[in-house]
Write a protein that binds this ligand. Sequence first.
Ligand code: ZN
Length: 336
Amino acid sequence: MNEIMEEMKDRYEFFEANYIPIVDINLLDEKVVLGERTDSCRFCGKTREEVSFKKIAHAFPELIGNKLLYSEYECDECNEKFSSSIEDHLAKYLSVYRTLCRVSGKKGVPSFKTKAKTARIDHTNGILQLQESIDDLITELDEENNSLIIKTTREPYIPNAVYKCFVKMAITIMPEAELKNFINAKYWLQVTDYENTPSIIKPAICLFSFTPGNNPYKFIKAMLLKRKEGSEKVPYMILIVAFQNFFFQTIIPSEKDLSLAGESLQLSFFPIPFSEAHQFGKTTYREMDFTSNLVVRDDPVHLNMKFDTIEKMDPNNIELIDSNKKLEPTVKTPVE
Ligand SMILES: [Zn+2]
Protein backbone atom coordinates (compact mmCIF):
# COMPACT_ATOMS: atom_id res chain seq x y z
CA MET A 1 0.00 0.00 0.00
CA ASN A 2 1.46 3.36 -0.91
CA GLU A 3 1.72 6.36 1.37
CA ILE A 4 -1.37 8.14 0.05
CA MET A 5 -3.52 5.04 0.37
CA GLU A 6 -2.37 4.52 3.92
CA GLU A 7 -3.16 8.12 4.74
CA MET A 8 -6.65 7.68 3.27
CA LYS A 9 -7.14 4.48 5.26
CA ASP A 10 -6.23 6.32 8.47
CA ARG A 11 -8.69 9.08 7.66
CA TYR A 12 -11.41 6.62 6.82
CA GLU A 13 -10.83 4.77 10.09
CA PHE A 14 -10.88 8.01 12.07
CA PHE A 15 -14.31 8.94 10.72
CA GLU A 16 -15.61 5.39 10.92
CA ALA A 17 -14.64 5.24 14.61
CA ASN A 18 -15.82 8.70 15.63
CA TYR A 19 -18.63 9.92 13.41
CA ILE A 20 -21.95 9.00 11.98
CA PRO A 21 -23.37 10.90 8.98
CA ILE A 22 -26.78 12.35 9.88
CA VAL A 23 -27.28 14.37 6.69
CA ASP A 24 -25.95 13.50 3.23
CA ILE A 25 -26.96 15.81 0.40
CA ASN A 26 -25.99 15.35 -3.25
CA LEU A 27 -27.34 18.10 -5.48
CA LEU A 28 -27.48 16.36 -8.83
CA ASP A 29 -30.28 17.89 -10.89
CA GLU A 30 -33.37 17.83 -8.74
CA LYS A 31 -34.61 20.78 -6.75
CA VAL A 32 -34.69 20.06 -3.01
CA VAL A 33 -36.76 22.16 -0.62
CA LEU A 34 -35.93 21.51 3.02
CA GLY A 35 -38.56 21.53 5.70
CA GLU A 36 -42.23 22.05 5.97
CA ARG A 37 -43.75 25.49 6.16
CA THR A 38 -42.95 26.30 9.78
CA ASP A 39 -44.62 28.81 12.10
CA SER A 40 -41.37 30.54 12.89
CA CYS A 41 -37.95 31.21 11.42
CA ARG A 42 -35.31 28.63 12.25
CA PHE A 43 -32.69 31.35 12.76
CA CYS A 44 -34.32 34.30 14.55
CA GLY A 45 -37.35 32.48 15.97
CA LYS A 46 -39.77 35.20 14.81
CA THR A 47 -43.24 34.01 13.79
CA ARG A 48 -45.11 34.44 10.52
CA GLU A 49 -47.08 37.25 12.19
CA GLU A 50 -43.84 39.13 12.92
CA VAL A 51 -41.84 38.55 9.73
CA SER A 52 -42.54 37.61 6.12
CA PHE A 53 -41.48 34.43 4.34
CA LYS A 54 -42.09 35.57 0.76
CA LYS A 55 -38.63 35.00 -0.69
CA ILE A 56 -37.39 31.57 -1.49
CA ALA A 57 -34.34 31.05 0.70
CA HIS A 58 -31.24 29.38 -0.71
CA ALA A 59 -30.21 26.81 1.88
CA PHE A 60 -26.64 27.18 0.62
CA PRO A 61 -25.44 30.42 -0.96
CA GLU A 62 -26.06 30.73 -4.65
CA LEU A 63 -22.48 31.99 -5.00
CA ILE A 64 -21.08 28.48 -4.50
CA GLY A 65 -23.20 27.34 -7.44
CA ASN A 66 -26.31 26.28 -5.51
CA LYS A 67 -29.36 26.40 -7.74
CA LEU A 68 -31.13 23.39 -6.26
CA LEU A 69 -31.24 23.50 -2.46
CA TYR A 70 -33.79 25.76 -0.75
CA SER A 71 -35.43 25.96 2.63
CA GLU A 72 -38.90 26.87 3.88
CA TYR A 73 -37.85 27.98 7.34
CA GLU A 74 -35.74 31.08 6.79
CA CYS A 75 -37.58 34.41 7.07
CA ASP A 76 -37.00 37.26 4.62
CA GLU A 77 -35.20 39.33 7.25
CA CYS A 78 -32.67 36.57 7.98
CA ASN A 79 -32.37 35.79 4.28
CA GLU A 80 -31.51 39.40 3.56
CA LYS A 81 -29.15 39.62 6.52
CA PHE A 82 -27.21 36.47 5.61
CA SER A 83 -26.88 37.29 1.94
CA SER A 84 -25.74 40.87 2.47
CA SER A 85 -23.41 40.09 5.34
CA ILE A 86 -21.78 36.69 5.79
CA GLU A 87 -22.23 35.45 2.23
CA ASP A 88 -20.60 38.57 0.90
CA HIS A 89 -17.46 37.70 2.89
CA LEU A 90 -17.41 34.18 1.47
CA ALA A 91 -17.71 35.63 -2.04
CA LYS A 92 -14.74 37.92 -1.37
CA TYR A 93 -12.78 35.09 0.17
CA LEU A 94 -13.32 32.79 -2.82
CA SER A 95 -12.53 35.79 -4.98
CA VAL A 96 -10.87 35.06 -8.33
CA TYR A 97 -11.23 31.31 -7.73
CA ARG A 98 -14.93 31.63 -8.53
CA THR A 99 -14.07 33.02 -11.97
CA LEU A 100 -11.19 30.67 -12.71
CA CYS A 101 -13.00 27.56 -11.48
CA ARG A 102 -16.26 28.62 -13.14
CA VAL A 103 -18.48 28.65 -10.08
CA SER A 104 -21.77 29.93 -11.40
CA GLY A 105 -23.62 32.38 -9.16
CA LYS A 106 -26.78 34.42 -9.60
CA LYS A 107 -25.55 36.00 -12.85
CA GLY A 108 -23.44 33.14 -14.14
CA VAL A 109 -19.70 32.92 -13.58
CA PRO A 110 -18.67 36.20 -11.95
CA SER A 111 -16.05 38.46 -13.49
CA PHE A 112 -13.03 39.35 -11.42
CA LYS A 113 -11.58 42.85 -11.25
CA THR A 114 -8.46 43.95 -9.42
CA LYS A 115 -8.43 46.66 -6.79
CA ALA A 116 -7.08 49.19 -9.33
CA LYS A 117 -9.79 48.00 -11.75
CA THR A 118 -7.33 47.97 -14.66
CA ALA A 119 -7.01 44.19 -14.82
CA ARG A 120 -9.89 41.77 -15.06
CA ILE A 121 -10.80 38.16 -15.76
CA ASP A 122 -14.04 37.18 -17.46
CA HIS A 123 -15.49 33.86 -18.37
CA THR A 124 -17.77 33.90 -21.38
CA ASN A 125 -18.89 31.09 -23.65
CA GLY A 126 -16.25 28.67 -22.43
CA ILE A 127 -13.45 31.18 -22.99
CA LEU A 128 -11.45 32.66 -20.16
CA GLN A 129 -10.43 36.19 -21.01
CA LEU A 130 -7.75 38.04 -19.11
CA GLN A 131 -7.01 41.72 -19.48
CA GLU A 132 -4.23 43.52 -17.70
CA SER A 133 -2.33 46.75 -17.94
CA ILE A 134 1.36 47.49 -17.49
CA ASP A 135 0.64 49.04 -14.09
CA ASP A 136 -1.66 46.24 -12.96
CA LEU A 137 -0.08 42.93 -13.99
CA ILE A 138 -1.77 39.81 -12.64
CA THR A 139 -0.25 37.13 -14.86
CA GLU A 140 3.10 35.48 -15.50
CA LEU A 141 3.11 33.45 -18.69
CA ASP A 142 5.24 30.33 -19.19
CA GLU A 143 4.45 29.42 -22.80
CA GLU A 144 6.89 26.53 -22.93
CA ASN A 145 5.00 24.70 -20.21
CA ASN A 146 1.53 25.94 -21.19
CA SER A 147 1.32 27.48 -17.80
CA LEU A 148 0.00 30.76 -16.51
CA ILE A 149 0.48 32.04 -13.00
CA ILE A 150 -2.14 34.39 -11.68
CA LYS A 151 -1.13 36.69 -8.85
CA THR A 152 -3.65 39.02 -7.37
CA THR A 153 -5.33 39.92 -4.08
CA ARG A 154 -8.72 39.41 -2.50
CA GLU A 155 -11.14 42.19 -1.73
CA PRO A 156 -11.19 42.98 2.01
CA TYR A 157 -13.04 40.30 4.01
CA ILE A 158 -13.49 39.15 7.59
CA PRO A 159 -12.32 35.56 8.20
CA ASN A 160 -14.79 34.91 11.01
CA ALA A 161 -17.68 35.94 8.74
CA VAL A 162 -16.51 33.32 6.22
CA TYR A 163 -16.63 30.77 9.02
CA LYS A 164 -20.13 31.90 9.94
CA CYS A 165 -21.23 31.18 6.40
CA PHE A 166 -20.42 27.49 6.86
CA VAL A 167 -22.09 27.46 10.29
CA LYS A 168 -25.21 28.92 8.69
CA MET A 169 -25.19 26.19 6.04
CA ALA A 170 -24.89 23.54 8.75
CA ILE A 171 -27.77 24.95 10.83
CA THR A 172 -29.89 25.07 7.68
CA ILE A 173 -29.54 21.41 6.80
CA MET A 174 -29.53 20.21 10.42
CA PRO A 175 -32.34 17.91 11.58
CA GLU A 176 -34.79 19.76 13.86
CA ALA A 177 -33.91 17.52 16.83
CA GLU A 178 -30.27 18.72 16.83
CA LEU A 179 -31.03 22.45 16.91
CA LYS A 180 -31.22 22.48 20.72
CA ASN A 181 -27.47 21.80 20.80
CA PHE A 182 -26.65 24.87 18.73
CA ILE A 183 -28.43 27.72 20.54
CA ASN A 184 -25.23 29.80 20.88
CA ALA A 185 -24.33 29.30 17.24
CA LYS A 186 -27.80 30.45 16.16
CA TYR A 187 -27.54 33.54 18.32
CA TRP A 188 -24.02 34.23 17.03
CA LEU A 189 -25.26 34.04 13.42
CA GLN A 190 -27.65 36.89 14.13
CA VAL A 191 -24.85 39.27 15.13
CA THR A 192 -23.48 41.20 12.17
CA ASP A 193 -21.22 43.58 14.08
CA TYR A 194 -18.32 41.27 13.31
CA GLU A 195 -15.50 43.53 14.36
CA ASN A 196 -16.87 43.79 17.89
CA THR A 197 -17.97 40.19 18.26
CA PRO A 198 -15.33 37.58 18.94
CA SER A 199 -15.59 34.13 17.45
CA ILE A 200 -17.53 31.69 19.65
CA ILE A 201 -15.10 28.99 18.60
CA LYS A 202 -11.35 29.42 18.98
CA PRO A 203 -9.50 28.62 16.90
CA ALA A 204 -12.11 28.63 14.11
CA ILE A 205 -10.36 26.09 11.93
CA CYS A 206 -11.56 25.02 8.53
CA LEU A 207 -9.84 22.15 6.78
CA PHE A 208 -9.68 22.93 3.09
CA SER A 209 -8.59 21.07 0.02
CA PHE A 210 -8.32 22.08 -3.60
CA THR A 211 -8.40 19.48 -6.37
CA PRO A 212 -7.22 20.76 -9.75
CA GLY A 213 -8.96 19.97 -13.02
CA ASN A 214 -12.22 20.68 -14.72
CA ASN A 215 -14.70 20.67 -11.83
CA PRO A 216 -13.81 17.37 -10.15
CA TYR A 217 -16.83 17.73 -7.85
CA LYS A 218 -19.49 17.62 -10.53
CA PHE A 219 -22.23 18.58 -8.08
CA ILE A 220 -22.50 20.13 -4.64
CA LYS A 221 -22.09 17.60 -1.89
CA ALA A 222 -22.75 18.28 1.79
CA MET A 223 -22.66 16.10 4.88
CA LEU A 224 -23.26 16.62 8.56
CA LEU A 225 -21.21 14.26 10.67
CA LYS A 226 -22.19 13.74 14.29
CA ARG A 227 -19.89 12.42 17.01
CA LYS A 228 -20.55 8.80 17.95
CA GLU A 229 -21.30 7.89 21.53
CA GLY A 230 -18.07 7.17 23.36
CA SER A 231 -15.88 9.35 21.11
CA GLU A 232 -15.05 12.05 23.61
CA LYS A 233 -12.20 14.11 22.22
CA VAL A 234 -13.60 15.04 18.82
CA PRO A 235 -15.92 17.94 17.93
CA TYR A 236 -19.63 17.11 18.15
CA MET A 237 -20.63 18.20 14.66
CA ILE A 238 -18.71 18.62 11.42
CA LEU A 239 -19.99 20.08 8.17
CA ILE A 240 -18.52 18.95 4.90
CA VAL A 241 -19.23 20.93 1.75
CA ALA A 242 -17.67 20.21 -1.62
CA PHE A 243 -18.27 22.07 -4.89
CA GLN A 244 -16.33 22.44 -8.17
CA ASN A 245 -12.67 22.20 -7.05
CA PHE A 246 -13.23 22.99 -3.39
CA PHE A 247 -13.71 21.01 -0.24
CA PHE A 248 -14.40 22.63 3.14
CA GLN A 249 -14.61 20.81 6.46
CA THR A 250 -15.87 22.94 9.35
CA ILE A 251 -16.47 22.33 13.06
CA ILE A 252 -19.92 23.60 14.00
CA PRO A 253 -19.78 25.18 17.48
CA SER A 254 -22.08 23.29 19.81
CA GLU A 255 -23.00 23.34 23.49
CA LYS A 256 -22.15 19.63 23.35
CA ASP A 257 -18.47 20.64 23.08
CA LEU A 258 -18.44 22.97 26.11
CA SER A 259 -17.19 20.19 28.38
CA LEU A 260 -14.19 19.80 26.09
CA ALA A 261 -13.13 23.45 26.45
CA GLY A 262 -9.38 23.73 26.93
CA GLU A 263 -8.76 20.17 25.76
CA SER A 264 -7.03 19.52 22.48
CA LEU A 265 -9.45 17.96 20.07
CA GLN A 266 -8.57 15.40 17.45
CA LEU A 267 -9.15 16.33 13.85
CA SER A 268 -8.55 14.59 10.58
CA PHE A 269 -9.11 15.47 6.97
CA PHE A 270 -12.07 13.64 5.52
CA PRO A 271 -11.06 10.97 2.97
CA ILE A 272 -11.90 12.56 -0.37
CA PRO A 273 -12.12 10.70 -3.67
CA PHE A 274 -9.27 12.56 -5.41
CA SER A 275 -6.37 11.70 -3.20
CA GLU A 276 -4.61 9.33 -5.51
CA ALA A 277 -2.62 11.02 -8.29
CA HIS A 278 -5.32 12.83 -10.20
CA GLN A 279 -4.73 13.40 -13.91
CA PHE A 280 -4.60 17.17 -13.47
CA GLY A 281 -2.33 17.19 -10.44
CA LYS A 282 -2.37 16.56 -6.75
CA THR A 283 -5.02 17.69 -4.32
CA THR A 284 -3.56 20.25 -1.93
CA TYR A 285 -4.64 20.41 1.70
CA ARG A 286 -4.61 23.35 4.05
CA GLU A 287 -5.73 24.19 7.53
CA MET A 288 -7.33 27.61 7.53
CA ASP A 289 -7.77 29.78 10.56
CA PHE A 290 -10.91 31.91 10.34
CA THR A 291 -10.82 33.05 13.98
CA SER A 292 -10.01 36.70 13.32
CA ASN A 293 -12.87 39.16 13.23
CA LEU A 294 -10.69 41.92 11.81
CA VAL A 295 -10.79 42.92 8.16
CA VAL A 296 -8.06 41.29 6.08
CA ARG A 297 -6.82 43.55 3.28
CA ASP A 298 -4.70 42.77 0.21
CA ASP A 299 -4.75 39.05 0.97
CA PRO A 300 -2.63 37.46 -1.80
CA VAL A 301 -3.95 34.79 -4.15
CA HIS A 302 -1.50 32.80 -6.23
CA LEU A 303 -2.68 30.21 -8.76
CA ASN A 304 -0.93 28.18 -11.40
CA MET A 305 -3.09 27.29 -14.40
CA LYS A 306 -2.44 25.06 -17.38
CA PHE A 307 -4.02 25.74 -20.75
CA ASP A 308 -4.38 24.11 -24.15
CA THR A 309 -3.99 27.18 -26.33
CA ILE A 310 -3.45 30.83 -25.70
CA GLU A 311 -4.15 33.70 -28.03
CA LYS A 312 -2.65 37.11 -27.44
CA MET A 313 -4.58 40.07 -28.67
CA ASP A 314 -2.42 43.10 -29.25
CA PRO A 315 -2.35 46.03 -29.03
CA ASN A 316 -5.02 46.06 -26.38
CA ASN A 317 -3.17 43.85 -23.93
CA ILE A 318 -5.92 41.27 -24.11
CA GLU A 319 -5.10 37.63 -23.70
CA LEU A 320 -7.53 34.89 -24.58
CA ILE A 321 -7.24 31.40 -23.28
CA ASP A 322 -9.18 28.58 -24.83
CA SER A 323 -10.64 26.77 -21.89
CA ASN A 324 -12.98 24.44 -23.69
CA LYS A 325 -11.38 21.26 -22.58
CA LYS A 326 -9.12 21.32 -19.64
CA LEU A 327 -8.35 24.48 -17.90
CA GLU A 328 -6.52 23.39 -14.87
CA PRO A 329 -6.04 25.74 -12.02
CA THR A 330 -3.71 24.35 -9.40
CA VAL A 331 -2.74 25.98 -6.19
CA LYS A 332 1.02 26.17 -6.45
CA THR A 333 2.23 27.90 -3.35
CA PRO A 334 0.20 28.59 -0.26
CA VAL A 335 0.87 32.24 0.28
CA GLU A 336 -1.59 33.33 2.93
ZN1 ZN B 1 -35.49 34.94 10.71
